[in-house]
Design a protein around this ligand. Structure first.
Ligand SMILES: *[C@@H]1O[C@H](CO)[C@@H](O)[C@H](O)[C@H]1NC(C)=O
Ligand SMILES: *[C@@H]1O[C@H](CO)[C@@H](O)[C@H](O)[C@H]1NC(C)=O
Length: 636
C-alpha cells in the first residue's frame, strides 16, 4: 500500500469514526496518544545520539594514513645484507668521564638532611621522587645491563627513520627532560627523525611556558611539542602523537623512562626486514625513590587471564631460553613501550579511538598485530628503564564511568569472538552494566585486513595459555574460611590490609563455606591460595625461622606461591615437601607465618570451609602441572 493511499484511508476512517460515535472518539484519542509517545521516544533517542556525538571524545572521523613517497618500506633495502656496529663509542667514552657525579652509571641518589619537607612534597605530586630527579644530570649515564653477546651484535646498515612519541601528564620537568635527552643522545643521529611530546593537558604551569622555552632554546631541531585541548588520556595522546609523526617507525615511550646504550637498532631492525612487525624493549626499573637503575629479569611473555583480563607474565618457551640475546615472540605487550612501523600501525587502524583514558589498549593492539598478519617480539638487547610510580597522584577525570570495563568490552566484542563469553561469565554484572558503543569501524578493519579468528591466538600464538589460564575456572582443592584448630574462634584474615602486607587472624564469621571477603580464600587448581577476587595470593619468601605470610599478585607460576593441604595432618605446606615449611599461627600475638613443619603442633592444623577431598587425594595428578621436578618425584 502506498503512503498516500494509507493516509487517505486513515483520514476517511478517522472522519467517519469521529462523526459516527463517541466510541470512535476514544479510538481517536488513543491514536493521537500513541503517536505522541512514539514522537517522544524518537526525540529522546535523537537527543541521546546527538549528546553522545558531542562528547569531547566523540569519534567523528577515522584517520587515513598516506604513506609518504620517501617511505623506507616503498623500496627494497639491505640487498647485500651489510651489517654494521651501531655503537657510538665516542659518546660512551664521554659518558665515562662523568662517572662519580650524582646518579651517574645508574647509581642511587638520596636526599640531604633538611630536605625532608620538599622531598615529601615532590613525591606526593609525582608518585616518584622529583627532588632526587633534580639532583641528577639530564644526560646521566646508566649501567649497561645487556647480555654480553648484545655488545657484539651488528645490525643492518640501512634502517628506517624513527619518530619517538612520548605523551605526558603532569610529570616532573627534569624527569621528562631526562627521558628526552636519553633517547636523543643514545640514538644514531641519522635514524632519529623527531621526538614528539604530547602534553595531555597537564595542570602544572611549568609544562607549558617553561618547557616550551627550554625546547625552543635547546632542542628545537629535534623535539616537537603538542598540547591537547583537554585531558584525553593516554590512548588518545598516543594517537595524536602518532598522527603528527612523519618517521617510518613509531616508537612509543612513557614520559619517565631512560633508554640505555644502543637501544634503537635492535628495536627497528626486525621492522626493517618486515614492516608488519612490532618490537618491545626490555623494561628495566628506575627506583621511584632514588632513581637507581636496576635490571629486570631475563624476559618473559605477556598474557592475560579470563578473570578480569589481568596482565600476567609467562616464562619464555624452552627454545628461546637457549640464546637469551635473541628476539623472541611475545603474545601480549606490556603496553607503554614499543616500536611499530607507521604503515602497519595505521593499517590496523591505530588504536581503537573508542578506548578511553587507559586500559585494554595493549590487548587490542597485540591481538590485532597477531591476528591481522603481523608478529610481535621482545628484543633483549634493547633495554629501557622505567620509573614505576610508588603511588598514583592523579585521579582519573571520568568520574562515575567505568571506562576500563567499557574498554575491555570493546576489545572482547571485536577480537575474542565466541571466547568473549568466558570473560563475561566470570563477572556477568560487570560487563552487562556497560555498553561497548559503536564498533562498526573496528569490525570494518577486522574484515578489511582479513584478520584471523581468536582461536588462532589460543592455538598458535600462545598455546600454553589455556593450561595456565584455563577458559573456565576449574574446580578448586579447597575454599572458604581457613580456621585454626589451635583456637577455633580464629580464622586467617586479610584484616583489610592491602596487597604486600602480612596476613593475620580474626574472629571467624558464621558461614565458613562462603565467608566475607577478608576470610574467603581458595586453594586453587594452580596450587596457590588466592583471595576471593582471585587477585592476590598467599606468598612467603626470605629466610629465617618465622617467615611472614603475605599476599602478592597471583603469578600462576607456583614457586613461592605454591601451597598444599594435607588431609591427614591438616597442615598447609608452603613450597615443596622437602622444604618442610608449614603455615603456623600464634594465637597470643594474632599472627600467622611460615615455619618448620611439626605435625604434633595444633598451631599448624587448619580446617577449610570446603574441601574437595577427591582433588586433594589426587594432588599429584589433578591441577596444573607441578613445575618442580623433584616435587613430582617426592609426591609419587
Ligand atoms: C652532558 O651535559 C653536560 C652539560 O651540558 C656536558 O658538559 C657533557 O659533555 C654531557 N655529557 C655527554 C656524555 O655528552
Ligand atoms: C571436586 O572436583 C571434581 C573435579 O576434579 C569435580 O568434578 C567435583 O564436582 C568436585 N566436587 C565437589 C563436591 O565440588
Amino acid at each position: 500500500m502506498s503512503m498516500n493511499r494509507f493516509l487517505l484511508r486513515l483520514k476517511s476512517l478517522l472522519r467517519l469514526q469521529v462523526l459516527k460515535s463517541r466510541k470512535s472518539f476514544t479510538y481517536f484519542i488513543k491514536f493521537v496518544g500513541s503517536f505522541l509517545i512514539i514522537c517522544l521516544i524518537v526525540m529522546i533517542s535523537a537527543y541521546k545520539f546527538i549528546q553522545r556525538n558531542n562528547h569531547p571524545l566523540a569519534i567523528t572521523q577515522n584517520y587515513i594514513y598516506i604513506e609518504p613517497i620517501s617511505s623506507f618500506f616503498r623500496r627494497e633495502h639491505n640487498l647485500n645484507g651489510e651489517k654494521i656496529d651501531w655503537h657510538d663509542y665516542e659518546y660512551l667514552q664521554r659518558e665515562k668521564e662523568q662517572f662519580g657525579k650524582p646518579g651517574e652509571n645508574g647509581q642511587p641518589v638520596y636526599a640531604e638532611p633538611g630536605e625532608e619537607e620538599l622531598d615529601k612534597q615532590l613525591f606526593d605530586v609525582n608518585g616518584y621522587n622529583g627532588l632526587i630527579s633534580d639532583k641528577i644530570a639530564l644526560n646521566r649515564s646508566v649501567a649497561d645491563y645487556r647480555h654480553q653477546q648484545c655488545k657484539k651484535i651488528k645490525y643492518l646498515k640501512e634502517l628506517p627513520s624513527v619518530s619517538i612519541v612520548i605523551p605526558f601528564y603532569n610529570d616532573h620537568l627534569s624527569t621528562l627532560l631526562r627521558t628526552v635527552y636519553s633517547v636523543i643522545n643514545r640514538s644514531p643521529k641519522e635514524l632519529l627523525k623527531e621526538v614528539i611530546l604530547v602534553n595531555d593537558h597537564s595542570t602544572k604551569d611549568f609544562l607549558y611556558g617553561e618547557l616550551e622555552e627550554y625546547i625552543e632554546k635547546h632542542l628545537k631541531h629535534i623535539v616537537k611539542l603538542y598540547v591537547l585541548p583537554r585531558r584525553s588520556g593516554l590512548i588518545w595522546a598516543r594517537l595524536a602523537g602518532a598522527r603528527a609523526a612523519s618517521g617510518d617507525v613509531l616508537l612509543f615511550l612513557d614520559s619517565h623512562t631512560e633508554a640505555s646504550t644502543n637501544f634503537l637498532p635492535p628495536l627497528i631492525e626486525p621492522i626493517a626486514k618486515d614492516y608488519r612487525t612490532c618490537v618491545c624493549p626490555f623494561v628495566d626499573v628506575i627506583d621511584f625513590k632514588t632513581f637507581a637503575y636496576h635490571p629486570q629479569g631475563d624476559g618473559s611473555r605477556g598474557i592475560f587471564d579470563w578473570n578480569g583480563m589481568h596482565y600476567h607474565h609467562m616464562p619464555l618457551r624452552p627454545g628461546d631460553q637457549e640464546h637469551p640475546w635473541s628476539l623472541y615472540e611475545n603474545p601480549v605487550m606490556v603496553g607503554g613501550l614499543f616500536a611499530i612501523s607507521a604503515k602497519f600501525f595505521w593499517e590496523l587502524g591505530g588504536y581503537d579511538p573508542g578506548l578511553d583514558i587507559w586500559g585494554g589498549e595493549q590487548y587490542e593492539l597485540s591481538f590485532k598485530i597477531w591476528l591481522c598478519g603481523g608478529k610481535m617480539y621482545d628484543a633483549p638487547c634493547s633495554r629501557i628503564g622505567h620509573v614505576f610510580r610508588g603511588g598514583m597522584p592523579f585521579p582519573n577525570d571520568r568520574k562515575g564511568i567505568d571506562f576500563i570495563t567499557i574498554n575491555y568490552k570493546r576489545v572482547a566484542e571485536v577480537w575474542l569472538d565466541e571466547y568473549k563469553e568466558y570473560l563475561y561469565k566470570r563477572d556477568p554484572d560487570r560487563y552487562a552494566r556497560v555498553s561497548a558503543g559503536d564498533l562498526s569501524y573496528q569490525f570494518y578493519i577486522k574484515k578489511r585486513q582479513q584478520c584471523k579468528p581468536f582461536k588462532y591466538f589460543l592455538d598458535v600464538v600462545a598455546p600454553d595459555m589455556k593450561e595456565r589460564y584455563p577458559l573456565e575456572e576449574p574446580p578448586e582443592f579447597a575454599s572458604g574460611a581457613i580456621q585454626s584448630m589451635a583456637d577455633e574462634k580464629f580464622c586467617i584474615d586479610k584484616l583489610n590490609r592491602p596487597k604486600e602486607q602480612p596476613l593475620g587472624i580474626y574472629y571467624c564469621g558464621e558461614n565458613k563455606k562462603r565467608p566475607q571477603n577478608n576470610q574467603h580464600f581458595i586453594l586453587r587448581y594452580y596450587r596457590d591460595i588466592a583471595d576471593a577476587d582471585m587477585e592476590s595470593c598467599f606468598d612467603s619468601f626470605g629466610v629465617g625461622e618465622k617467615r611472614e605470610l603475605k599476599t602478592f599478585s597471583c603469578h600462576h607460576g607456583q614457586g613461592n606461591q605454591y601451597f598444599r593441604y594435607d588431609l591427614n595432618t591438616k597442615q598447609i605446606f608452603h613450597g615443596p615437601v622437602r622444604n618442610k615449611h608449614c603455615v603456623e599461627v600464634n594465637i597470643g600475638t594474632q599472627s600467622v607465618y611460615v615455619t618448620t613443619c611439626n605435625d604434633k603442633k595444633l598451631e599448624q592444623k587448619w580446617k577449610w570451609g570446603f574441601v574437595n577431598e577427591t582433588n586433594i587425594r589426587n594432588w599429584a595428578t589433578y591441577g596444573s602441572p607441578i613445575m618442580d621436578a623433584q616435587e613430582v618425584k617426592d609426591l609419587s
